[in-house]
Design a protein around this ligand. Structure first.
Ligand code: SF4
Ligand code: SF4
Ligand code: FES
Length: 242
């Protein structure tokens, strides 16, 4: 079938302003948008820039906006684009470095801030044990691939650059509810600020776009409830959760 990709182009070193360029190519319905981008780059226009690595929904590097929705290009099939014209744009909320590549430095600084690793104290003689019940408390948060789709889609993160954003909150949730982590209370305290969990206004956009189907908003609200349980309602800041 014939499809046209309308792609956002911008090279700040030569272009005065962003523009869109159409590329008409042949593609099979079962091919992914990433296959189309590769065909364009390899056979039509080698100047097109985008990130990709695994091509199988694991590395999170090819997050972009496809037909108005943040998604992974390697997971989006041509037949699911519901139009012969596929609009491809960079993730919103971030500075464009070139074409579909955005600067994710502020995103990863916020992820680093919440200390996205297990803090478990002195190692035991053998392995650290965790029961299946305790493992289940972390839920689907372990699936997060840090693609940034959720943060880019979040209306609050788009308006307020100081908001930690949904992806760091998912990373924090994973450690707060990890029975082996010893900094649980400190982690909760770190999120108990106006631009931490309390800035989330329950728009659910993060949950809608997450390519790993993580219930992001539910985990943010669970963290809010845990903060109230541990510190009491007087610690609450601008709570708008249901
Ligand atoms: S929560 Fe989902 S959308 Fe957000 S960074 Fe993780 S995988 Fe991506
Ligand atoms: S639920 Fe919270 S984090 Fe998710 S999009 Fe809405 S405001 Fe942003
Ligand atoms: S290229 Fe790795 S997730 Fe798409």
């Amino acid at each position: 079938m014939k499809v046209t990709l309308r792609i956002y182009r911008f090279d700040p070193s030569v272009d005065e302003a962003p523009y869109y360029r159409n590329y008409a190519i042949e593609a099979e319905p079962h091919e992914r948008v990433l296959d189309c981008l590769n065909r364009i780059k390899w056979e039509h226009d080698g100047t097109l820039s985008y990130r990709m690595s695994c091509a199988h929904g694991v590395c999170g590097s090819d997050a972009m906006k496809i037909n108005g929705r943040c998604a992974l290009a390697c997971q989006k099939l041509v037949r699911d684009c519901e139009a012969d014209l596929i609009l491809v744009e960079p993730l919103p909320a971030f500075t464009v470095l070139k074409d579909l590549i955005v600067d994710l430095t502020p995103f990863f600084e916020k992820v680093d801030f919440i200390r996205p690793y297990l803090i478990a104290g002195e190692p035991p003689e053998k392995e650290r044990l965790q029961s299946p019940e305790d493992r289940n408390k972390m839920g689907e948060s372990i699936r997060c691939i840090l693609c940034a789709c959720c943060t880019a889609a979040c209306p609050v993160a788009n308006e307020n650059e100081t908001f930690l954003g949904p992806a760091p909150l998912v990373q924090a949730f994973r450690r707060i509810f990890d029975s082996r982590d010893i900094e649980r209370v400190e982690r909760l305290q770190q999120l108990n600020v106006e631009n931490g969990v309390w800035a989330c206004l329950n728009h659910y956009e993060c949950t809608r776009v997450c390519p790993k189907e993580i219930p992001v908003t539910k985990y943010i609200n669970t963290t809010k409830r845990e903060i109230k349980r541990v510190f009491g309602p007087t610690q609450e800041k601008k709570d708008t959760s249901a």
